[in-house]
Write a protein that binds this ligand. Structure first.
Ligand SMILES: [Zn+2]
Ligand SMILES: [Zn+2]
Length: 86
C-alpha cells in the first residue's frame, strides 16, 4: 500500500477501540458548525481517540513524529525510523 494513501490508524485511550481515521464519526456540533469532535464510536468518550503507530500491526499511541525521505512518519518510540546522523 502506498503510504501516502494510507489512512491513519486511531485507537481509543478509554476503551481500546481500534479503527481508521476515515472510520471516525464526525459529530454534528450545533454550536460550532464545521468543528469535528473526536468521539469514540464505542464508548462515546469525547476526545479519547489518539493516532496509532504507522507500523503494521502496532497499535501503540504515537509518541514520535519523524521526517524521513519518503514521508513524515508517526510512530511509537519502538518503531521510530532510524535517521542518518541521528
Ligand atoms: Zn472508546
Ligand atoms: Zn509502533
Amino acid at each position: 500500500m502506498d503510504p501516502a494513501q494510507m489512512s491513519h490508524k486511531i485507537v481509543c485511550i478509554e476503551c481500546g477501540w481500534q479503527g481508521l481515521l476515515d472510520d471516525r464519526p464526525v459529530a454534528d456540533n450545533a454550536f460550532e458548525p464545521g468543528s469535528d469532535i473526536d468521539d469514540c464510536p464505542t464508548c462515546r468518550q469525547i476526545e479519547s481517540l489518539r493516532v496509532a503507530c504507522d507500523e503494521d500491526d502496532c497499535w501503540e499511541r504515537v509518541t514520535c513524529g519523524t521526517p524521513t525521505p519518503g514521508a513524515y512518519r508517526h510512530t511509537c518510540s519502538k518503531h521510530r525510523p532510524k535517521t542518518n546522523g541521528g
